[in-house]
Design a protein around this ligand. Sequence first.
Ligand SMILES: NC(=O)c1ccc[n+]([C@@H]2O[C@H](COP(=O)([O-])OP(=O)(O)OC[C@H]3O[C@@H](n4cnc5c(N)ncnc54)[C@H](O)[C@@H]3O)[C@@H](O)[C@H]2O)c1
Ligand SMILES: [Zn+2]
Ligand SMILES: [Zn+2]
Length: 367
Amino acid sequence: MIRKAKAALCREHNKPVVVEEIAVDAPKRGEVTVKLGACGVCHSDLSAINGTIALPLPLVLGHEGAGVVEEVGEGVSDLAKGDHVVFSFIYMCGKCRFCVAGRPVLCLEQGRALTTPLEGTPRTRDAAGAPLNIFSGCGAMAEYATVSAENLIKIDPKIPLECAALVGCAVTTGVGAVFNTAKVQPGASVAVFGCGGVGLSVIQGARIAGAERIIAIDTLEPKLEMARRFGATDVLLFADDVVKPLKKLTGGGPDYAFECVGSGELAATAYRAIRRGGLAVVVGVAKPSESTAVRTMTLPFEEKTLTGSYFGSCVPRVDFPRMLSLYLAGRLQLAELITRRYAIEEAPQAFVDLQSGKNARGVVVFQ
Ligand SMILES: NC(=O)c1ccc[n+]([C@@H]2O[C@H](COP(=O)([O-])OP(=O)(O)OC[C@H]3O[C@@H](n4cnc5c(N)ncnc54)[C@H](O)[C@@H]3O)[C@@H](O)[C@H]2O)c1
Ligand SMILES: [Zn+2]
Ligand SMILES: [Zn+2]
């Protein structure tokens, strides 16, 4: 059965998002159609709109989604109609050496299910019948989405879908960067550059990991107030000489610094800020033209590390339930991350608000 769905699309770079009624095909073999409950508005969607993340247009946006299984295709045995699921924006083949080694974010087959389900042909078309690509195997900013079953993780149905959706990107990216990539130790000092949905999740992760000092840095004052609510012990309004106050606050530099903005220059700043033997983690996605320079000598003499974290180095089937159990135990705040809810028709406004830094997270909620 073909389903009609209102969806947020990017048709042209640097132009406002458009909301159109699209057609979503029934699932083929190994695929599932989901009726969306909620979809978070992530900076990576904005990066697809401005071309930083190069995905072919026209594109159905959205990758931070959660919903209810509507129909399963042939051969799908682990999901059934009525199951609640969170989207995972990485495709995991389960067979390549990275998947087998427990690092599915590096799956060698990822490129195959990037803009369509794995089979390679689109399930989404516009009113004129022209095919539409989907963002990172998801296209979840739509009333319905048909995706590969591997892109869906079953969750406990008692979790509100708008909270579960955040686990599909910001929360797993941020908390995972702390738990899995950096393995932050209790008592540590942590600096976080950028307090959007991702940075605030790093702050929460650091708090849960037992960090003693959590210093939030942003260009916007209201973001610093939000950061305090999620566990920041100190805040700094971003300035060119931010390294100096960071070194002073921590007596030589934080043990860890997380770049959650997407700037090559800021990644270098994060690296400069950390102490001897410290670890700087780049989570933000910078433009392809940007690069990061470090003083080479500091690598041997100070044993500093600069690394990256993709989707919190997560294993979705392990980490999504882990995040959600922290939520159910009252240790991870999810509802509190949602500053504003939008109807799908308001998706263009949601992106305007993301760009101006109004929200911790904006979430599109579906009827
Ligand atoms: N690595 C991954 O897997 C992954 C996953 C999701 C998002 N991302 C990336 O993470 C970044 C953050 O995403 P988000 O959704 O939280 O974005 P966001 O737009 O909600 O938040 C970014 C924050 O950075 C602040 N900021 C801007 N310039 C700054 C500066 N110079 N110093 C300090 N703060 C500054 C903004 O005011 C804003 O609060 C983006 O680049 C996004 O593409 C990466
Ligand atoms: Zn995202
Ligand atoms: Zn793989």
